[in-house]
Design a binder for this molecule. Structure first.
Ligand code: F6R
Ligand code: MG
Ligand code: MG
Length: 374
């Protein structure tokens, strides 16, 4: 059957800073969806990663469907009312517009969705990351879909050896979706040249070249491009189909053992390693570290199994302590050099204002006159 997987997420308020939603807030969103979903969605799953709540839905209405987007928007509105009543911090933070206009894209919430021909068994992964931006998925996706050093399936499986098509978006272009399509392995160096700049070039989707099927959908919205000012990091969600013509679950998960440095953390302005965590984990050290969770499902006629919590496995305990060591190490150099993001990615305006003030105080030394004074 034709099935649409849609995940829509938003930060609509949290407890004790930008840490995690309250139980009451989560319950409010769950109850709202539980009441309104029947007849519209086939199944759903609601979870949080850091301060973001994600609503995963299966349905047959296709991508960008107004009713599905409206359902999520209204659930987040109901949640925002509950968050305001409880006095949660940042209540309604990601709902940037007052009225719904048919599609939540460009209104604050992040969206990843794909319409698929559901396989007899449809295993897929739902990733959610907090305190970082969608470029955080660039490296793991490159390794999983284009590098046989990570993914033996690229050389072992005849179905995978034709490679994958990467659709990459230039997220700095605010006028419209500026995209490029490149094939792995043919265009490998071009793909790498773009993905090395994860704040600007972001993988939006990946497709099997053998069958034309979509494997990956990433939420690519940049909040500050929508709002015109900082409203929090973009905290992306991603859907990845696995097995058969696609990489195996383990090939998709393996790159997260690196704990690569991503843009985010405190005030969305630093380079901090990303930590794979269990579902429904909050935020702590240095408003981070940036975290990523992964729920695995099988769908059958749109009905979801319970999730497997892929990063809860004991293997990832060792990775987590390694990431914690990396985070502490880079934080030892504070504001200096590579620890902070470049000027155009700083999410607060304080430094720019300071530098503008100091700029007026700079002067060109007149070498001769100065020397005579000595
Ligand atoms: C980063 C983030 C936090 C806040 C920080 C200050 O994405 O959400 O690091 O930037 O806690 O928050 P405000 O400005 O709300 O006091
Ligand atoms: Mg968040
Ligand atoms: Mg937030």
């Amino acid at each position: 059957m034709k099935l649409t997987l849609t995940v829509i997420k938003a930060d609509i308020g949290s407890v004790g800073g930008h840490v995690a939603p309250s139980l009451h807030l989560l319950e409010t969103v769950k109850t709202y969806i539980g009441k309104r979903a029947p007849g519209l969605v086939l199944d759903h799953y609601i979870s949080h990663t850091g301060d973001d709540i994600a609503i995963l839905m299966t349905h047959t209405l296709g991508e960008n469907d107004a009713q599905i987007h409206q359902l999520a928007w209204d659930a987040f509105r109901a949640g925002t009312d509950a968050a305001r009543q409880e006095g949660l911090y940042g209540a309604g933070q990601d709902l940037l517009k007052d009225s719904f206009s048919g599609n939540v894209k460009g209104m604050g919430p992040a969206v990843a969705e794909m319409e698929i021909d559901e396989r007899t068994s449809e295993p897929f992964l739902f990733f959610a990351a907090d305190k970082t931006d969608p470029g955080a998925f660039n490296l793991p996706l490159y390794l999983a879909f284009a590098d046989p050093m990570n993914t033996p399936g690229l050389i072992l499986s005849p179905k995978m050896s034709l490679g994958y098509r990467f659709v990459i978006m230039d997220v700095s272009n605010t006028a419209g979706d500026r995209i490029i399509e490149l094939n792995a392995p043919d265009d490998l160096y071009d793909i790498a040249a773009l993905l090395r700049d994860p704040e600007r070039f972001v993988v939006e989707s990946i497709w099997s070249r053998a069958t034309g099927e979509q494997a990956v959908a990433v939420a690519t919205s940049r909040l500050h491009n929508i709002a015109g000012k900082y409203t929090g990091k973009d905290d992306p969600v991603m859907l990845v189909r696995v097995q058969m013509n696609f990489p195996a679950t383990g090939e998709i998960l393996a790159p997260y053992a690196i704990g690569h440095f991503v843009g985010g953390g405190m005030r969305g302005s630093h380079q901090v390693p990303i930590m794979p965590v269990a579902l429904n984990t909050g935020i702590s050290y240095f408003d981070g570290p940036p975290i990523v969770s992964c729920a695995g499902f099988c769908s059958h006629n749109g009905h979801l199994t319970e999730p497997v919590d892929n990063f809860a496995h004991p293997f990832w305990d060792r990775v987590r302590s390694h990431v914690a060591d990396k985070a502490i190490e880079i934080r030892r150099q504070g504001f200096s050099g590579a620890a902070m993001l470049p000027m155009n990615e700083l999410e607060y305006t304080g430094i720019a204002e300071k530098l503008a003030g100091l700029d007026k105080l700079f002067r060109i030394r007149e070498a001769k006159a100065e020397l005579q004074k000595v």
